[in-house]
Design a protein around this ligand. Structure first.
Ligand code: NAD
Length: 498
């Protein structure tokens, strides 16, 4: 089969049927109050669909359905080996719809179609199948008690789980939550970002087609401050799992305290340092990785390597290599399979990134590449990959998450100084370091307050290892068996042996 070309994708986009309604109890349904909002493509500003704008009433209905389904046991008490088969069927079905889903993702949030197809979709399928595969291989425990006791430590699904997800990897972030929450037997309400709801809405139907009983997976599109808040304050929701900004993560903790103390698990923002020591094994590879780390997915990545810490003695040699490597990253039509940077998600995000660029100028950083909006004639929201040199870690562009392709270059002189700068933000999601010295690598990795540390590479990871943040980057972990902790309660049962 030949790979689709730009014109194939454009033609498919013209005829694609897009669903914008909520999905509750196995059926698409308009929002109860009848409101909708427009879903515009950041590629060219065209209207893709009218989306149901769910409110409290829809939240109440979905929670009731999820609770009833959970209590019925149709999914929660299904034998793990059976749930496994359904989860794998779900993953397989998404894989068969990979091109359709990739197209929806790209039209909706502007990322390159090649990324949607080769990164987001495989990552989504893997998250679902890996969690499904695991569920009939995890055992409960027997406690080492005295002779006259039998102490059972068992895991039970928490019940009704709300998953609130962002727009940067809409489907994959959802799948990191759906894999373990569904595999462990919960009923789930997925609240996609209002800026990228299309794939979440579509997969709800595919879940039912794959054999997930109706009512187990419900999707409520809408705004965070309306339906998101209503779900997070709901007295009958047991857990909220969230990926998004630190600002909203903090609000969710407050909602929990104001309501039923539901469990809140947070994957939030980042301002990750990428530290290049003078003894890096391969400066060219480090430069290419530094460019990738800020340009991939338009810089709209929680783990973006947005602070490049370079040992002063090599900075003059290294920075030109990064500038050269970044030339390979050119914004273009996301539907073109050769494009590696697409559009930012919307005009609001574009303005946000531009205002950070202004602040970089105002605080005295030196712009060395990019800095401007581009491809304006398309009607889309594109920006040039940008590098500021001479950044001080106290500047706004070094402290705040920009969520766009804007790199801050900061010089350091010693290992201790590099570690101090690296840890000096409210975040702790990820960090990378480049050195040939194994002791320096281990010592620095230990000292970095981050949930993921990469040595002589940027952004390795798969379903086998946990992912999440220290400090204000969140709590709990996605991926790996550790993720199951978020979706299960531990029960200790004591049996007296006469
Ligand atoms: P956001 O916090 O604005 O929104 C995230 C979700 O929360 C959306 O679905 C939104 O509708 C919802 N929401 C907003 N207000 C709400 C409220 N009051 N109550 C309930 N829900 C509400 O984040 P975003 O702009 O969509 O995504 C970008 C952020 O996500 C960045 O900070 C990025 O670092 C973070 N992110 C983190 C990870 C990770 O794994 N740590 C991964 C991807 C993205």
């Amino acid at each position: 089969m030949t790979a689709p070309t730009l014109s194939t994708w454009e033609n498919r986009a013209k005829t694609l049927k897009i669903e914008g309604r909520a999905f509750i109890d196995g059926k698409y349904t308009a929002a109860i109050e009848g409101q909708t909002f427009d879903c515009l493509s950041p590629i060219d500003g065209r209207l893709l669909a009218k989306i149901a704008s769910c409110t409290d009433a829809d939240a109440n209905r979905a929670v009731e359905v999820a609770r009833t389904t959970f209590e019925s046991g149709v999914w929660s008490r299904m034998p793990p080996g059976e749930r496994k088969k359904v989860m794998i069927a779900f993953a397989d079905l998404l894989n068969r719809h990979a091109e359709e889903l990739a197209l929806l993702e790209t039209l909706d949030m502007g990322k390159p179609i090649s990324d949607s197809l080769n990164i987001d979709l495989p990552g989504t399928v893997d998250a679902l199948s890996w969690s499904g595969e695991a569920i009939d291989k995890v055992y409960d425990e027997v406690a080492p008690t005295s002779e006259d006791q039998l102490g059972l430590v068992t895991r039970e699904p928490v019940g009704v789980v709300v998953a609130i997800v962002p727009w940067n990897f809409p489907l994959m972030m959802a799948a990191w939550k759906l894999g373990p929450s569904l595999a462990t037997g919960n009923s789930v309400i997925l609240k996609p970002s209002e800026r990228s709801p299309l794939t979440a809405i579509r997969i709800a139907q595919l879940a039912v087609e794959a054999g997930i009983p109706r009512g187990v997976l419900n999707v409520l599109p809408g705004y965070g401050h309306t339906v998101g808040k209503a779900l997070a304050l709901h007295m009958d929701v047991d857990t909220v799992v969230f990926t998004g900004s630190t600002r909203i993560a903090k609000q969710l903790l407050a909602y929990s305290g104001e309501s039923n103390m539901k469990r809140i698990w947070l994957e939030a923002g980042g301002k990750s340092p990428n530290i290049v020591f003078a003894d890096a094994p391969d400066l060219q590879a480090a430069a290419e990785a530094a460019a990738w780390a800020i340009a991939f997915n338009q810089g709209e990545v929680c783990t973006a390597g947005s602070r490049l810490l370079v040992e002063r003695s090599i900075k003059e040699k290294f920075l030109p290599l990064v500038i050269e490597a970044l030339k390979a990253w050119k914004p273009g039509n996301p539907l073109d399979p050769d494009t590696n940077i697409g559009a930012l998600v919307d005009a609001q995000q574009l303005n946000n990134v531009l205002s950070y660029i202004e602040s970089g100028h105002a605080e005295g950083a030196k712009l060395v590449v990019g800095g401007k909006r581009t491809l304006q004639e398309t009607g889309g929201t594109y920006i040039e990959p940008t590098i500021f040199d001479g950044v001080n870690n106290a500047m706004k562009i070094a402290q705040e998450e920009i969520f766009g392709p804007v790199l801050s270059v900061i010089a350091f002189d010693t290992v201790e100084e590099a570690i101090e700068i690296a840890n000096d933000t409210p975040y702790g999601l990820a960090a990378a370091l480049w050195t040939s010295n194994i002791t320096k690598a281990h010592k620095t990795a230990r000292a970095l307050r981050a949930g993921s540390v990469w040595v002589n590479q940027y952004d390795a990871g798969d379903m086998t290892a946990p992912f999440g943040g220290f400090k204000q980057s969140g709590n709990g972990r996605d991926k790996s068996l550790h993720a199951f902790d978020k979706y299960t309660e531990l029960k200790s049962t004591w049996i007296k042996l006469q």
